[in-house]
Design a protein around this ligand. Structure first.
Ligand SMILES: [Fe+2]
Ligand SMILES: [Fe+2]
Length: 201
């Protein structure tokens, strides 16, 4: 198996600050879930580090970073002498991490004549990475990220808040594993209160 420190170094050098911060959180959450779900921790850790590596590609868009990530991860892991079965498993996890089905994806995919048609996670390890990604997305960090990206794309304040709320709720409601649902509840509780306060409830 590839040396984890060299993978981590590669990710740190290639992702921007926001995506690197998010990735570190996904690794931490994914390892906690892997422990509880009895999953392969080595596969989970490498896949968590690499799940968003597609965002380092200059051709990356909202809807293609999973496919670009598969190519980058495959090349990197081959160079590091990782066994082909493990490469396949890690690439499957990267390929199936896109979600949650929400208004953001509907509008992005509509522009290219698609509906939500990303491949879904169907193994223990892929569900763990998916859940770790969704837990970070429905957490206060994920909400801050969506509002920041919304502003960068020219959305006004309320539009950004609305988009963050829709995505956070969709992410929480799409958690796949028992442990993910348990841990996600803790993170999402704070986010729900955040929206309630914004809405003056
Ligand atoms: Fe992603
Ligand atoms: Fe992610």
């Amino acid at each position: 198996m590839a040396d984890i420190n060299s993978i981590k170094e590669f990710v740190r050098e290639n992702l921007d600050e926001l995506n690197y911060m998010h990735t570190k959180k996904v690794v931490k959450i994914a390892l906690a879930l892997a422990e509880k779900e009895g999953a392969n921790k080595e596969i989970v850790e490498i896949a968590a580090w690499l799940h968003d590596i597609g965002k380092s590609d200059k051709d990356s868009t909202a809807i293609n970073h999973h496919s670009l990530g598969v190519k980058i991860a495959e090349d990197l892991l081959k160079k590091k002498g990782t066994n082909p079965e493990q490469i396949k498993e890690i690439c499957y996890i990267i390929e199936t991490h896109m979600g949650p089905p929400c208004k953001f994806w509907s509008s992005e995919l509509k522009k290219v004549g698609r509906t939500f048609d990303f491949p879904r996670p169907d193994t223990k390890e892929s569900k763990i990475i998916y859940d770790a990604d969704m837990i970070d997305l429905c957490s206060p960090f994920g909400i801050a990220k969506i509002i920041h990206l919304g502003a960068r794309r020219g959305k006004d304040f309320l539009e950004s808040i609305e988009s963050a709320k829709d995505t956070a709720f969709a992410a929480y409601n799409d958690l796949q594993t028992k442990s993910g649902k348990e841990l996600g509840e803790r993170y999402f509780k704070v986010s729900k209160e955040f929206f309630e306060i914004i809405e003056g409830k």
